[in-house]
Each structure stands twice: as structure tokens, then as C-alpha cells.
Design a protein around this ligand. Structure first.
Ligand code: GLU
Ligand code: MG
Length: 445
């Protein structure tokens, strides 16, 4: 499409930031002057392929065979349909980018392209998916350490009042930037807030998750605050999840609707069964960092054990049924093993791949668990076949590689780069205390 550069400039935009998320969920970008944006749309801008092997500490690992040295150049091509002049940064516009080969052809390490492939696979099967993220974040008065900007109480309007101007700019900024929000509240953790985003098609949902973070960071800056989306802000505190809600439909029929029995049936049950089956591998993509593993403790609503439940907030897969009052459209499943260190495109690609595989081969759905298995004895958990999700980087990698659906979602080259990054992060963490590791990730997202 033709980009109206003059119009962009007339609205006061000096630069357009082309953003993507790396394999650790860290937003990366290149900004071009507004006058050069038309050329960027046609030819992309040059970037190094090594962003695929950047670790969480801005180190570059050469342990992946496909990207063994510093040579090469790829193109970062903005999705020109999605240029958004930023309400909170009036001199800038924002646009999601796609990493392409030197000739503009699809590049196997591009996360957004991987998600598009799963969306196309769903479409070929006559299915469409809707998705939306919830963003939890910590609001800090200080850049140096986490210094809470509100002291609760949890869910209280009086907590929000302590960050009133900032909260208003979050809502205004999201609306102005075309990111429809659902709800906004003071969350359970100290100085924690949460905003949920309205459901959209998967690629839009992932784009909006990135844009929402940019918007919230800008609103915080405008009020002398800083926000952390990190899985943990302190090693012993409440975590920040970026829970992911997903539903799957055939035409206008939501397959996850419960048909009156409170649990999904037929292909909806198989979709959820596929998610349960591949959950350890999915979590290795949607919550992949060392702090993700530290966050996943029993009793924190962060989904420590492998099971699903109906409206069970301790479950990593929380099924939200439809109801006569709210209609069939409401039914969805929430993945709680999802946080800001998960690339949103890859997290969704892994979820779609696992769910669609479940439909393809009629994956069985085990019975729901309504309790918190963390309160059970080891013997009770063994009897019900419920184990912890991976809690070490080694277990997480094994689970990832053992999941054909998740491995296929990433594809061989990207899977190799992704696991190399995880190993590089794990090696860093092995030389540091959990507190140091959490601190090193605090402001990355
Ligand atoms: N803060 C929790 C987490 O780490 C989630 C709390 C909730 O259920 O909203 O995911
Ligand atoms: Mg929450």
C-alpha cells in the first residue's frame, strides 16, 4: 500500500518506530525518520540476523548452528497497515515489523510469520481463533529499585487513586492508540495494576500486546514513574502474568461453548485436550525465562501444576465456560503460564499449534480439577497424575523438545535459536543468585 508520509509528518510525527519482540519477549526496534518511511515499507531496513540469538542480557550466543557468526543482514519490513501515531509520544508513530530475508522473502526466524502460519492452518481447517492478553505490571516511583507507587488495598479504587493521573493516561493512551481495553484494576500484588485487552485475531492480539506495553511505559514516563512487566519484580514477591485468553470457532460457533454441562465437548474438548497434553512445551515458549520458572510457584495463581480446571484460578489452563446470562461467545481458555518474557507471537503460535493438533487427533480431555493441588499430599497428586510444570531450564528444554506440536510451531531453525538463547540465559543465571537474576530482568519488558 502507499503510505501517506506527508500526512504522517503533518500530524507532527518525526520518526516511525518499527518494533518486534525477540525470543525473550524483549521489544526491539529501529526508528526511521517519517520522510524515509515510504522507502522502509518498500524495502525494509537492514538489521542483523543475530537478534534471533540475543539473550536476555543483550549477549549474543553463537551456539546455534544456523547463525554461527556475525555475518549477514536481513530486512525489517513494517506492516504498513498498522502504523499508529503514539498518543503518549507525539513525535513518534509505532508499527509492528516483520523480519524478512535479504530479498524480502519470509525468514524462518521471524516470530510473526510463524504465528501467521498457524492462523492460516486454522483457516484451512475452517477455524478462526480469537485471543487477548491481560497485562499485570508493577508501578515504581523509582528507576533504581522497585519502590511501590500505591500501597493497596488490592482491587481498591483507593489504590488506583494514588496513581490517578497515570491510570487515566493508560486508559486514554490505549484508546487513542487503537488498543481496546477490557478492564483495569489494582491487582493483588504490591503496587501492581492490571489491564486486560479485548479479544482480536491472534496476530492483532500479539501486535496489541506489544503496543500496550509501549503505551503504558510512555504513560509512566510522563508521570515520573516506571513500570515493570517482568515475571517477578522481586524474587519473593507476587508475579506479573500476561495471561492469554483464547477461543476457537467454526463460523459463528464457539467450539469452547459448554452446551450446558459446564465443560467443553467435541472439538472444543479436543482443542483444550491438546493444550493440556502439550502444556509443558507451551509454557517453555509462553513463559520461558529463568524468572518465569521462579514465578511459577504453587499458591500464587501462576499455574504451577499441570492440569486444567473450570474457573480454577490456580490452574495453568483455566476454562471459562459460556452461560445463559453471558452467551456462548464468552467461553474461552486462559493460559496463566504466560508472561512478558514469552514472545507473544510465538506463545500464540504454540497455543494454536497444540490446540489444532488436539482437534486433528481427537486429544482426550482429562477431568477438570477444581482444587489447588498445591494443598494436596504428594500421594494425592501422584494418584491423580498431577505433577509440577517444568521448574528448571533443563526440564523446560526437555519439555519443549518433547512436544511435536510446539516444536512444529517454531520450526527447526527458530527452535534451534530459541533453545540456544534459553541455554545462554540459564548459564548466566547459574552464576547469579535468584535475586540478581530477577533484578537483571526487572526492566527488560
Ligand atoms: N499475579 C498472578 C500471576 O503471576 C496472577 C493473578 C491472577 O490470577 O490474576 O500470574
Ligand atoms: Mg490478574
Amino acid at each position: 500500500m502507499t503510505v501517506d508520509v506527508a500526512r504522517l509528518q503533518n500530524t507532527g510525527v518525526a520518526g516511525v518506530t518499527i518494533a518486534w519482540a525477540d525470543n525473550s519477549g524483549i521489544p526491539r526496534s529501529r526508528t526511521v525518520p517519517a520522510a524515509a518511511f515510504g522507502d522502509a515499507v518498500r524495502h525494509g531496513v537492514g538489521i542483523t540476523p543475530l537478534f534471533a540469538v540475543f539473550d536476555s542480557h543483550d549477549g549474543i550466543t553463537f551456539a546455534h548452528d544456523g547463525l554461527p557468526n556475525p555475518s549477514g543482514d536481513i530486512r525489517l519490513i513494517p506492516d504498513s497497515d498498522r502504523v499508529t501515531p503514539l498518543a503518549g509520544q507525539p513525535a513518534f508513530a509505532w508499527v509492528p515489523g516483520r523480519q524478512a530475508g535479504p530479498d524480502g522473502a519470509p525468514w524462518p526466524y521471524d516470530q510473526r510469520t510463524r504465528l501467521e502460519a498457524q492462523v492460516a492452518r486454522a483457516a484451512a481447517a475452517g477455524l478462526s481463533v480469537r485471543a487477548g492478553f491481560e497485562l499485570e505490571f508493577f508501578v515504581s516511583l523509582s528507576d533504581d529499585g522497585p519502590l511501590g507507587a500505591h500501597d493497596g488495598p488490592a482491587y481498591s479504587p483507593h489504590a488506583l487513586l494514588q496513581v490517578d493521573d497515570f491510570a487515566a493516561d493508560v486508559l486514554r493512551g490505549l484508546a487513542a492508540n487503537g488498543v481496546p481495553a477490557g478492564q483495569f484494576h489494582a491487582e493483588y500484588g504490591p503496587s501492581q495494576l492490571e489491564v486486560s485487552l479485548a479479544p482480536a485475531d491472534p496476530v492483532t492480539a500479539a501486535d496489541r500486546q506489544l503496543l500496550a506495553r509501549q503505551t503504558i511505559h510512555a504513560a509512566a514516563r510522563a508521570h515520573g514513574l516506571r513500570v515493570s512487566f517482568a515475571p517477578l519484580v522481586t524474587a519473593d514477591g507476587v508475579g506479573n502474568g500476561l495471561h492469554l485468553h483464547v477461543s476457537v470457532s467454526r463460523g459463528s460457533e464457539n467450539l469452547l461453548a459448554d452446551a450446558g454441562k459446564g465443560v467443553p465437548e467435541g472439538q472444543g474438548a479436543s482443542f483444550l485436550g491438546g493444550l493440556v497434553r502439550d502444556l509443558p512445551g507451551i509454557a517453555g515458549v509462553s513463559a520461558p525465562s529463568v524468572p518465569s520458572l521462579l514465578r511459577r510457584r504453587p499458591g500464587y495463581f501462576a499455574g504451577a501444576y499441570r492440569f486444567w480446571g473450570v474457573e480454577n484460578r490456580e490452574a495453568p489452563l483455566r476454562y471459562v465456560p459460556s452461560s445463559p446470562f453471558l452467551g456462548a461467545g464468552r467461553a474461552n481458555v486462559e493460559l496463566k503460564a504466560s508472561d512478558a518474557s514469552g514472545n507473544p507471537y510465538l506463545a500464540l503460535a504454540a497455543v494454536l499449534s497444540a490446540g489444532l493438533a488436539g482437534i486433528d487427533d481427537g486429544a482426550p480431555l482429562p477431568p477438570p480439577v477444581q482444587d489447588d493441588p498445591g494443598t494436596w499430599t504428594d500421594a494425592q497428586r501422584t494418584e491423580k497424575g498431577i505433577a509440577l510444570l517444568p521448574s528448571t531450564p533443563e526440564e523446560a528444554e526437555r519439555a519443549l523438545l518433547a512436544s511435536p506440536a510446539v516444536a512444529a510451531a517454531l520450526g527447526e531453525p527458530l527452535l534451534g535459536a530459541f533453545t540456544a538463547v534459553r541455554r545462554s540465559d540459564a548459564a548466566w543465571a547459574a552464576d547469579h543468585t535468584p535475586e540478581e537474576t530477577v533484578a537483571a530482568h526487572r526492566w527488560l519488558y
